[in-house]
Ligand binder design. Structure first.
Ligand SMILES: [Zn+2]
Ligand SMILES: [Zn+2]
Length: 160
């Protein structure tokens, strides 16, 4: 996806779209495999020496839970709002931004659900579905989870 700046008129918003192959741009993770191309749709506007690109990146992925290893296919959708400095440039290629967006979107440890109990490291039982007798040995260590910060949702201050 490349933007040729001479094709843009100052201050005119242009709908744009393009696709990337996740394999070619090397943004696959061991626990997150893309099952569809990365699709970018949005609006581009050249103004005051910058190109602003706003829109959404959508794709489909197959994710593996970091604790119970269960795989699940899901749609992925990330909004973006990028501003490129045009100084000395004839074209803009947002590849690095796409890569960065997906790396940020990818948590260090993905869990199938917040309270996933994972597999018993001794007998391999999926502890979400069944219990086993290994528990007293206290081997159920949890991986460290670093959550990415999400924008805080507005709370409703109601009386109900
Ligand atoms: Zn899980
Ligand atoms: Zn067990």
């Amino acid at each position: 996806m490349k933007f040729i700046l001479s094709a843009f008129t100052e201050g005119i918003r242009i709908p744009v779209e393009g696709t990337y192959d996740a394999k070619t741009i090397e943004v696959e993770f061991p626990d997150m495999v893309y099952t569809e191309p990365l699709r970018l749709t949005g609006i581009a506007e050249k103004s005051c020496g910058t190109l602003r690109l706003q829109g959404t990146l959508t794709t489909a992925v197959r994710r593996f839970c970091g604790k119970c290893l269960k795989a699940k296919s899901e749609k992925l959708s990330c909004a973006f709002d990028w501003i490129f400095d045009l100084m000395g440039k004839d074209t803009i290629e947002p590849l690095e931004n796409v890569r960065e967006l997906l790396i940020l979107e990818h948590p260090l440890v993905h869990l199938c659900k917040a309270g996933c109990k994972g597999l018993c490291p001794i007998c391999g039982t999926d502890l979400n579905e069944a219990a086993c007798n290994c528990k007293e040995n206290d081997y159920h260590a949890s991986p460290v989870i670093i959550k990415k910060e999400k924008p805080k949702k507005e709370r409703h201050h109601g009386t109900s």
